[in-house]
Design a protein around this ligand. Structure first.
Ligand code: NAP
Length: 522
């Protein structure tokens, strides 16, 4: 059986004990095992701090951009192999695997092209300079300089390629070395991607290391110049936030956690209109893509009360046509959940929602099903499941429990933007909220009432119907992250994504000197 290795201190480390199995979720066959036992985390940090950091900080943004471009090419050149691993370890169909793998190479390529515009400099100038006294004798200018520590990236199981790449792109471009730790159960794609990148000799020594398995005492060794970027469940995030050593050392921390994203159908959207078609397409995609195992998946669907029956029928028909099964089988359109634990969680989650007096299951069973192309009783399959609540405000658990599978709940609202925003807000902060409307006044009203509760507002309308990629796509140009329950973090968003890894410095002095130092003299 394959044993995943950690890439540390310029070599591949294979553990001898403490293994966690990696399983094909369609067949339950064990594919590999992983463990980080025996990793010397102090040495891993030293390697990054003493080799990777200085080498990257020697380079300009444009030079680091070239590294990202080369990394992107390696992933693109090996796309088929990575898609195959994704199918086997994550149970993804080809389009779902591509969402992850091509998302990874695309994000690296985007940041490579952004780097060209940032140019041959070592720091970024932020905003305009400002006069701080009665004359230009005392002047200030904000600049952003690479932090001198290590970026530790902990990722969730659902995006083994994109999760690694979207974080690494920003840290490496900013000039920080990376130690990346994928979720162990689905680390096959990440391990192979890093093996390919390391073999290509693209990065300076110490710029990128991989931990296959647990983080040991790594987090307790972080210091004030380091960054910890975490993606995963809110509960794990809370554990990390409360870790006493982290609180004392105070590295910068970014959290991308779970989110009860909402899609809202505006009252103006007529049956058969482009916005209506987009709404149905998007909602079905956002429930079923990657079997609903996306932090940006739609969990709550708000519809004006008098339209509920019609929308319920249309969604149920589309969800009923989804073929759940082994992605290796022709005709399968949705794969299994990634692990036995995820299956158990999804079953318990639907049971919790359906236990509410005003909530019922209207499509799907909320329990494991057999999958097409897999032996009976094998595989972590879970058919698309739609629930409906009679009253949005008394549907407590619907706004509190993230069921991480192909599961969403229909909720009625009164048609006003303020009512929709108030209901969405019951979720405590989302990564993305999508609204479907051609009425700019209504959308503006929603933004005013509900904008503060989300990191991204995706507006589906006649104008965007032909090109909108779906609310679940976290594009590198736009912010990814949301307030409150979603973790309060900020990733991507072009230059915004670099700021986690850069220290803002207010440079003060005479205008002539400041301009000369930061290169803003005219
Ligand atoms: P998880 O159980 O919280 O695990 C996430 C990562 O944390 C894994 O790499 C895990 O490693 C690691 N981890 C767990 N406990 C740790 C500890 N005490 N110290 C250090 N690392 C620890 O989440 P998951 O099940 O993988 O992912 C699903 C969740 O992630 C969902 O809630 C989803 O909404 C969220 N998510 C959010 C985003 C976003 O961008 N906001 C994106 C994707 C997923 P092991 O695997 O080795 O345990």
């Amino acid at each position: 059986m394959k044993t995943l290795k950690s890439y540390i201190c310029g070599r591949w480390h294979e553990a001898a004990s403490g293994f966690v199995p990696l399983v094909d979720p369609s067949t339950e066959e064990t594919l590999a095992q992983a463990s980080s036992d025996g990793v010397d985390f102090a040495a891993v940090l030293d390697w990054a701090r003493e080799r990777g950091g200085p080498a990257l900080r020697e380079m300009t943004f444009a030079q680091r951009g070239q590294l990202l471009k080369d990394m992107s090419k390696v992933l693109r050149d090996n796309r088929d192999e990575l898609l195959d691993l994704s199918r086997r370890n994550n149970g993804t169909t080809k389009p779902d695997g591509s969402f992850d793998v091509d998302g990874a190479s695309g994000t690296l390529a985007y940041y490579a092209s952004l780097a060209k515009n940032l140019g041959n400099r070592w720091f970024l100038v932020e905003g305009d300079g400002v006069q701080l006294s009665k004359s230009e004798g005392f002047w200030g200018q904000h600049v952003l300089v690479a932090r001198r520590g290590v970026a530790v990236h902990i990722n969730a199981f659902n995006f083994p390629a994109w999760g690694f790449a979207e974080k690494a792109a920003c840290a490496l471009l900013a000039g920080m070395p990376v130690i990346t730790k994928p979720a162990t159960a689905t680390a096959l794609v990440t391990e192979r991607a890093i093996e390919l990148i390391a073999a290509a000799g693209i990065l300076p020594e110490g710029a990128l290391q991989l931990i296959a398995g647990a983080t040991g005492d790594l987090l307790d060794r972080l210091g004030p110049q380091d960054v910890l970027a975490f993606t995963g469940s809110a509960i794990t995030a809370q554990t990390l936030r409360n870790r006493p050593r982290l609180q004392v050392a105070n590295p910068r921390m970014n959290v991308e956690a779970d989110s009860l994203n909402a899609a809202v159908l505006g009252p103006d959207v007529a049956d058969g209109s482009p916005a209506h078609g987009l709404f149905l397409r998007d909602v079905v995609r956002e429930i079923t893509q990657k079997a609903g195992q996306k932090c940006t998946a739609v969990r709550r669907v708000l519809v004006p009360a008098h339209r509920l029956a019609a929308i319920q029928g249309a969604l149920a028909a589309k969800l009923g046509a989804v073929v759940t099964g082994n992605p290796a089988q022709e005709g399968v359109t949705m794969g299994p959940l990634a692990t036995a634990q995820q299956l158990r969680d999804a079953e318990q989650g639907v049971a919790q929602l359906a236990a509410l007096e005003t909530v019922r299951v209207i499509q799907g069973s909320g329990r494991r099903v057999d999958g097409a192309g897999s032996p009976a009783g094998k595989g972590f399959f879970f058919a698309p499941t739609l629930l409906q609540a009679d009253d949005a405000r008394s549907a407590g658990a619907v706004h509190e429990r993230e069921v991480f599978g192909p599961v969403a709940t229909l909720l009625p609202y009164d048609g006003s933007a303020s009512d929709a925003a108030a209901i969405v807000d019951l979720g405590g902060g989302t990564l993305v909220t999508s609204v479907y409307s051609d009425d700019t006044v209504w959308v503006g009203d929603f933004l005013a009432h509900g904008g503060g509760a989300t990191g991204r507002l995706y507006v589906g309308s006649e104008g965007s119907a032909a090109e909108a990629p779906g609310s679940g796509a976290a594009l590198p140009q736009a912010l990814h992250g949301g307030p409150g329950r979603a973790g309060g973090g900020e990733e991507l968003g072009g230059v915004v994504g670099l700021k986690l890894y850069l220290q803002r410095v207010a440079v003060e002095g005479s205008k002539t000197l400041v301009d000369s130092v930061v290169g803003t003299e005219s």
